[in-house]
Design a protein around this ligand. Structure first.
Ligand code: ZN
Length: 67
């Protein structure tokens, strides 16, 4: 199995060297974690909701891995 790659929520680089900066919980379905690379992690505000960025990232990722 390939190593799960995550995207940094801030610089949007895809790397496996990420830390969890926030946990998102939704009412529908499982939540997910917001990751940032170690460089960005201190710069990512953990308060405000990164939903928009995450959704865009998810859409892009899904489109890419669709086939
Ligand atoms: Zn980053």
């Amino acid at each position: 199995m390939p190593k799960p790659l995550r995207m940094c929520v801030r610089c949007q680089r895809i790397t496996d060297d990420l830390v969890i900066v926030s946990e998102v919980h939704t009412n529908s379905g499982p939540g997910w974690n917001v990751y940032a690379c170690w460089r960005c992690a201190p710069l990512v505000p953990s308060g405000p909701d990164p939903m928009e960025i995450i959704e865009a990232a998810e859409r892009r990722r899904r489109a890419r891995t669709d086939r």
